[in-house]
Design a binder for this molecule. Structure first.
Ligand SMILES: C[S@@+](CC[C@H](N)C(=O)[O-])C[C@H]1O[C@@H](n2cnc3c(N)ncnc32)[C@H](O)[C@@H]1O
Length: 255
């Protein structure tokens, strides 16, 4: 498991700018695509809870699972600080049932690709079906492997709060097409007036072409694809997904 996730405060800062846009997008999807009013939302692989906390402060009842106990502790401490229930739990997202079904769920920035096999991805989707009310949404954002056109293989993130600055690079080291594994390098630099920290690590993500993702989703007939988008998260502009697509967001609706 990547060590950046052991430092949820730095992770949060890297994604702070994106979080507001993503949250607006999620709320827009709830209104536009859900077949029911959305009150209760769930995030599998919630990490630091950067999105759960914003949604909680907007009035949604939020909860999340993550395998990383540092991230879960940080998430719960922040929820508590804002007067919200500490509803993040250390738990694997592969196979589970929520005791109370959610109206919507989301899993952005490729967390879905941490599920290492087709079987685990399928079990996760089936768990989501069982954990969502009818008409509820599951919004998944991931990086597809484009078969045509240019593929972006390096991403840079940066965040600053007062004297604390965090920068990160994540890049593709190798793609193993047969085993559908992408080996990514991650390098993070943290600078404060008194400290410098560098985190370097490798992560393995499961790869999906547009076709492989379509085939996987077809196996879970309880979900229909209500809409697709890209990482611009522009609600007014759905984006079709084809063999050139890299950034993909699927808005799935529970039948
Ligand atoms: C890229 S972070 C995304 C966090 C959060 N969804 C967000 O948007 O900021 C990926 C998270 O997935 C979690 N994770 C990976 N595999 C998991 C699994 N099988 N079960 C639960 N959490 C998992 C990691 O611990 C990490 O916090």
């Amino acid at each position: 498991m990547a060590a950046l996730f052991d430092h949820p405060a730095y992770y949060d800062l890297l994604l702070r700018t994106a979080s507001g846009e993503e949250c607006q997008f999620l709320k827009g999807c709830f209104e536009r695509y859900a077949g029911r009013p959305v009150r209760r939302v769930f995030e599998p692989a919630c990490g630091s809870g950067r999105l759960l906390i914003r949604l909680g402060l907007s009035g949604f009842e939020v909860s999340g699972f993550d395998l990383n106990r540092h991230a879960v502790q940080y998430c719960n401490a922040r929820l508590t600080r804002y007067g919200l229930p500490p509803s993040a739990v250390v738990r694997d997202i592969e196979d589970f049932r929520l005791s109370r079904r959610a109206d919507a769920a989301f899993n952005l920035i490729s967390s879905f690709q941490y599920l290492p096999t087709e079987r685990s991805a399928l079990r996760h989707l089936q768990s989501m079906v069982a954990s969502l009310a009818r008409g509820g949404l599951y919004i998944i954002g991931l990086q597809l492997l484009p078969l045509r056109g240019r593929r972006i293989a390096l991403e840079k993130w940066a965040g600053r709060r007062g004297p604390l600055s965090v920068t990160a690079r994540i890049w593709t080291k190798r793609i193993e097409r047969r085993s559908r594994r992408e080996l990514c390098g991650l390098s993070v630099n943290v600078v404060t007036p008194r400290r410098r920290l560098t985190i370097t690590e490798d992560m393995i993500l499961r790869t999906y072409t547009a076709h492989q993702m379509r085939r996987l989703l077809r196996k879970v007939s309880q979900f229909e694809v209500a809409a697709t988008y890209d990482f611009r998260y522009d609600l007014a502009h759905p984006a079709s997904i084809d063999a050139r697509t890299q950034d993909a967001v699927y808005v799935l609706r529970r039948r």
